[in-house]
Write a protein that binds this ligand. Structure first.
Ligand code: NAP
Length: 311
């Protein structure tokens, strides 16, 4: 069975070639070129595929992402409707994400940004020390990553709420919300809002003026989902009005973030380059190997997403 590597952004062979050979030796890995033989290409490993990428492979049965998200793959116009799309579920990634979110939640709680500014101006000024219990955190998304983040923040003493599409169990010490009514209820109590949603037709633009307006005044946004979740002008307006006191942004509509973008210069915005948490190279190769096994056996691959739902 052949697996074609398809990306207009990354040299997938350079990152994953060696590990694929080690973990999935029965899969022949080929590059997506004009000369790639199409026969028996039943798998693809893809990240931001070119629009026409999948049209060349009539035997294609499954496309694996290199990440937890699959939005850039299902948006590809040449992806046939009956092909399975597989995401990576990597506990190590959830742990990395939890560290990243915790750093930002505590940064807001303890005013790290203000300390940095004080140091720049050589000001010795102690700050009010707010307890974790005084800073409620609302998490959009109660999935593989959201659950780990919720568990860890609750362990540190933060009042944690998490929101999902359907009613779902939540980790001990966490309050669960679901559906549109649940979102309103959760936002009404939220000071720090963490976005860990997949990008779908339902979640696009969810970080908007209405959402920010329902949060506690002076709240904080941690945006690690996808750039298209955020209405950028609404964030700038919420910061100007004081409804939000700051934001940590890791994902953007245009990546890399253009040099002239207002976010780079905003004193209340912390920018990171889509670096909150990666899946490991071996988790990607393991996902390809498991997908190949399932395709060989005529079964649905593990972690295949629901194409109609979009995640
Ligand atoms: P996941 O396991 O698929 O969980 C998704 C969660 O979102 C589920 O709880 C789901 O609800 C909820 N959800 C989906 N649509 C919803 C809607 N319309 N309304 C309310 N809740 C909705 O995903 P994951 O592995 O935790 O990853 C989440 C996302 O994080 C990824 O898709 C990606 O966009 C982002 N991410 C970013 C980075 C980074 O470095 N910045 C790294 C990893 C992941 P149900 O439980 O009811 O299905």
């Amino acid at each position: 069975m052949r697996c074609v590597l398809v990306s207009k952004r990354l040299d997938l062979r350079r990152y994953y070639g060696a590990e694929l050979a080690r973990i999935a030796p029965r899969v022949e890995v080929v590059d997506h070129t004009a000369d790639t033989p199409a026969a028996d290409v039943r798998l693809a490993l893809a990240w931001h595929p070119p629009d026409d990428a999948f049209a060349r492979y009539p035997d294609l049965q499954a496309v694996c992402s290199i990440a937890a998200g699959v939005d850039n793959i299902i948006a590809c116009p040449s992806l046939p409707p009956d092909v399975d799309v597989i995401r990576v579920v990597d506990p190590g990634q959830a742990q990395l994400m939890s560290g990243f979110i915790t750093w930002n939640v505590i940064g807001h709680q303890r005013g790290f940004n203000a300390f940095r500014n004080q140091q720049r101006d050589r000001i010795w000024q102690r700050r009010e020390q707010r307890r974790a219990q005084e800073v409620p955190v609302g998490i959009l998304g109660n999935g593989a990553i959201g659950q780990q983040v919720a568990r860890d923040l609750a362990y540190l003493g933060f009042p944690v709420m998490s929101w999902s599409r359907t009613e779902k169990p939540v980790p001990a010490g966490v309050r669960g919300f679901h559906g549109p009514a649940g979102l309103s209820a959760m936002l009404g109590e939220t000071e720090v809002l963490v976005n860990l949603l997949p990008l779908t037709f339902e979640t696009r633009g969810i970080l908007n003026a209405k959402t920010f307006g329902r949060m506690r005044h002076g709240g904080y946004l941690i945006q690690v989902g996808r750039g298209e979740h955020l209405v950028e002008d609404d964030l700038l307006a919420a910061l100007d009005s004081g409804q939000l006191s700051g934001a940590a942004l890791d994902v953007f509509v245009t990546e890399p973030l253009p040099q002239t973008h207002a976010f780079w210069y905003h004193p209340q915005i912390a920018v990171t380059p889509h670096d909150a948490s990666d899946v490991s190279i071996s988790a990607v190769a393991t996902t390809v190997a498991a997908t190949a096994e399932a395709v060989r056996a005529g079964q649905r691959p593990p972690h295949a997403i629901d194409r109609a739902r979009g995640y």
